[in-house]
Structures are given as structure tokens and as C-alpha cells.
Ligand binder design. Structure first.
Ligand code: ATP
Ligand code: FE2
Length: 327
């Protein structure tokens, strides 16, 4: 069975094609970069609407198939930005209608987990999902993917991007902050904010800017923000692993590309006698292959959706989806 998946929760429009044997035939990733400032949902959605048809064609060509070989269309139903989600949804509905094939709306966060499971060889991990808009610690229990901890305010990537903007580093600042951090060595006193199993990042942002005003080196700010924020994530992830008795940890989301975060989580996992898994870069960031793969899993486990079930859901929670495809 061939599934075409369309991702469009935020700044990335992605089209992926997979078969039922975990083979990714195509994964076209088309990211919108605002000319200046932050991401405006309407502008990102316009970008997605402009490119989606061409990206579908590109993916089909990359896969070496014809559009008529596609058996199922899936798309990211949420969570995400309304205007962006609606573009992906509309494209998926149009494609399913034109080809007269079934459609599947999938949860974006669960797609991050399942592509990790499929491509890294882990089987029952705790997922640390750290992206721009999302920061969640998720694990499977009792037929659901449950959220054990999450951010109380912004996603970690959004915090890094906002810090980058305030420091004049441009949008999508995660990689730039990572580079700068390598030149830092002084740990500034930023708020370490873990409450129960949840985290909060906005205090770090405020404090970091205060240090900037007081003349701190930008490298030390980047270094300290990474050390503190990643330590918070590692702590909560470790507690979730202990709580549910799992030894595997899977990273997902754009921030999972960060080498320092990987180092800290890998060390924690090793100390617990466990192991960390990180998907390939193209499966960490938002992408269509993961959407296609989850659509494939759901369909093959018997899930069916009518067009009327495919309305987008900006606040679609991970634990709302019955997990029908695991033993
Ligand atoms: P979602 O819709 O799941 O919230 P997203 O739209 O934020 O995802 P992703 O591609 O998953 O998209 O993640 C992008 C985020 O990852 C940005 O905030 C970016 O700054 C951050 N990021 C990318 N590379 C790195 C890195 N090396 N270190 C830290 N952060 C990074
Ligand atoms: Fe994501």
C-alpha cells in the first residue's frame, strides 16, 4: 500500500510517500522562512498554498510512481496553526476526492513518535518531543500515547527563536545559538523552572535578555540558556522513564538536532542502563513522511475517516487518539 502524507502544522509544508514496509519513497520538505521577524500564520499558509501542488508532484517524481499509484492520503490534522492546517487539509481532501481514495487525518505529535519507532529501531520509548511550538514528554500506556510532562508556556524552539530575534540573530535561531554556545564557558544564573513534570521557558528568556543588557557575552548567554533549558528537559524525561519503567528514550522535533541536548539525554539514558535514539535529521524536523507513515499504520489497523471527520484541530492533544496499531 502506498500512502502520501501532507504535513502543514506550522512553517513547513511537507509531502512524503511511504509504503507499508517502512520504506520512505519520497520526503519533500518545503520550509517557509519569513523575510523578517517571526512566523505569521497567514503568510506561512499562503506559502503552503502556493507550493503544495508542486510539492506533491515533486514527491511523486522522487518516488518514481504515478499519482494513481497512491492508495491513501493522510495529512496533519493538528495541533498547529489554523490557517496552515487548513491548507494541508484542503489539499488532502482534494487529492483524496480526485483520486477516489481514502483519507486519514493524523496527530502531528504521534507522527513524530511513530517515524522514530519505524526508522531507529526503538520499540517502546519515552519520547522527548522538542520542537518550535511543542515541548512534551510522551510515552505509551494503556492504549494511548500519554503526555507525562510539557511546557507551561512556549515551546523550547520558540523560546530559542525569540531569544535569537531579541539578540539580532535572525529567525530560526536554534542552530545559531548552538554554534555560539560552543564559545561560551560562563554559566549565568538563569531560572531553572521545573514544576512537577512540567517545564516553563519564558523566565529564561527574560533573564537572558537582562544579562544581555548588563553586558554579558552573547556566547555565555547562548551557552547558559542551552545548559539550563536542556537540563530541565533531561530531568523531566528521566523521571518519566523511571515512572513508566522504560529504558529507551527517543528524541523528536527540530530541537532534537542539537548536539548538546543529545549529549545530555544520551548520558542520562546510559546512566540508567538505557539507550537514546535519534531519527535522521529529515525525520526530526516537520516532514510529510512521518504523516504518511502514521496514516498507513492507522489505516492498516482498521481506522477509517469520512471527509466530515477531517476537520482540522488546532489543539489536538496526543492523548485523544486511541492507539489501535500497537500490540
Ligand atoms: P512543531 O510544529 O512540531 O512545533 P516546528 O514547526 O517548530 O514544529 P520543527 O522543524 O520541528 O518545526 O522545529 C523547528 C525548531 O527547531 C525551531 O525553533 C528551530 O530554531 C529549532 N532548531 C533547529 N535546529 C536546532 C538546533 N541545532 N538546536 C536547537 N534548536 C534547533
Ligand atoms: Fe513537529
Amino acid at each position: 500500500m502506498i500512502t502520501l502524507g501532507i504535513e502543514g502544522t506550522a512553517h513547513t509544508l511537507g509531502v512524503g510517500i511511504v509504503d507499508s514496509e517502512r520504506k520512505v519513497l519520497a520526503n519533500v520538505i518545503d520550509m517557509y522562512r519569513p523575510p523578517q521577524g517571526g512566523l505569521h500564520p497567514r503568510e506561512a499558509a499562503n506559502h503552503h498554498a502556493d507550493v503544495v501542488a508542486a510539492d506533491i508532484q515533486k514527491a511523486v517524481a522522487q518516488a518514481g510512481i504515478s499519482l494513481h499509484d497512491v492508495d491513501l492520503v493522510s495529512f496533519s490534522m493538528g495541533p498547529g496553526l489554523g490557517p496552515c492546517l487548513r491548507v494541508a487539509g484542503t489539499a488532502a481532501r482534494a487529492l483524496a476526492g480526485a483520486l477516489d481514495i481514502p483519507i486519514m487525518g493524523v496527530n502531528h505529535c504521534i507522527a513524530h513518535i511513530e517515524i522514530g519507532n519505524a526508522t531507529t529501531g526503538c520499540t517502546d520509548p519515552v519520547l522527548l518531543y522538542a520542537s518550535g511550538g511543542n515541548t512534551q514528554i510522551i510515552a505509551y500506556a494503556d492504549e494511548r500515547y500519554r503526555i507525562f510532562g510539557e511546557t507551561h508556556d512556549v515551546g523550547i524552539g520558540n523560546m530559542l527563536d525569540k531569544l535569537g530575534r531579541d539578540l539580532g540573530l535572525g529567525f530560526y535561531a536554534g542552530p545559531t545559538i548552538e554554534k555560539l554556545a560552543k564559545g561560551g564557558d560562563k554559566l549565568l544564573e538563569l531560572p531553572y523552572s521545573v514544576k512537577g513534570m512540567d517545564v516553563a521557558f519564558s523566565g529564561i528568556l527574560t533573564a537572558a535578555m537582562m544579562f544581555k543588557e548588563k553586558g554579558a557575552r552573547i556566547e555565555d548567554i547562548a551557552y547558559s540558556v542551552q545548559e539550563i533549558a536542556f537540563a530541565m528537559l533531561t530531568e523531566v524525561t528521566e523521571r518519566a522513564m523511571a515512572h513508566v519503567g522504560k529504558s529507551e528514550v527517543l528524541l523528536g522535533g527540530g530541537v532534537a538536532q542539537n548536539t548538546r541536548l543529545r549529549e545530555m539525554v544520551a548520558e542520562m539514558a546510559k546512566e540508567r542502563g538505557g539507550k537514546m535514539f535519534v531519527p535522521d535529521r529529515h525525520y526530526c524536523m516537520d516532514n510529510g513522511a512521518m504523516i504518511a507513515w502514521l496514516g498507513n499504520l492507522m489505516y492498516n489497523s482498521g481506522v477509517r475517516m469520512a471527509i466530515s471527520d477531517t476537520e482540522v484541530r488546532q489543539r489536538f492533544r496526543t492523548d485523544e487518539v486511541p492507539v489501535t496499531w500497537r500490540d
